[in-house]
Design a protein around this ligand. Structure first.
Ligand code: AMP
Ligand code: ZN
Length: 134
């Protein structure tokens, strides 16, 4: 399969692997947003978060809950962001589910998300679409 992350799993491509077991791999992002930016992946090839089974999603969340605080503690970071870019419009480039762990430092240069005024105008409309539908 022509998947860059499967190639890393199969050791056909090098990566700075910081954790590995039979189901998961965590390695440093080659273009880090902050120091310690890490990707956690499942060894099973699943293209995006929507296509994970309930069990895979739960297991992945459990693993991120386990390793993210350790990364932050070891690196002496102050906080962390977690993120999954799901789909091209959301910025997903690699079609193998990966969870970004982004250590944050009180003096880092990352900007916070900001409010979009057009989205704010749609709050009532969006609420009426979603309320009690999930
Ligand atoms: P996304 O935009 O969510 O699909 O994120 C893909 C991430 O993979 C980006 O942050 C890239 O910097 C990272 N990346 C791409 N190729 C490699 C690689 N060979 N080793 C480590 N990280 C990579
Ligand atoms: Zn893959």
């Amino acid at each position: 399969m022509d998947c860059l992350f499967c190639k890393i799993i199969n050791k056909e491509l090098p990566a700075k692997i910081i954790y590995e077991d039979e189901k998961y791999l965590a390695f440093l992002d080659i273009n880090p947003i902050t120091a310690g930016h890490t990707l956690l992946i499942l060894k099973d090839h699943v293209d995006n978060f929507t296509h994970l089974s309930d069990q895979q999603a739960a297991d992945l969340a459990s693993m991120i809950h386990k390793i993210a605080p350790k990364i932050i503690e070891i690196l002496g970071a102050d906080a962390y962001n977690l993120g999954i870019n799901n789909g091209a419009a959301a910025g997903q480039i690699i079609d193998h589910v990966h969870w970004h762990i982004i250590p944050r430092y009180s003096d880092d240069a990352l900007v916070h998300w900001s409010c979009d005024n057009q989205a704010k105008e749609q709050l009532d409309n969006v609420f009426s679409k979603l309320e009690n539908k999930l």
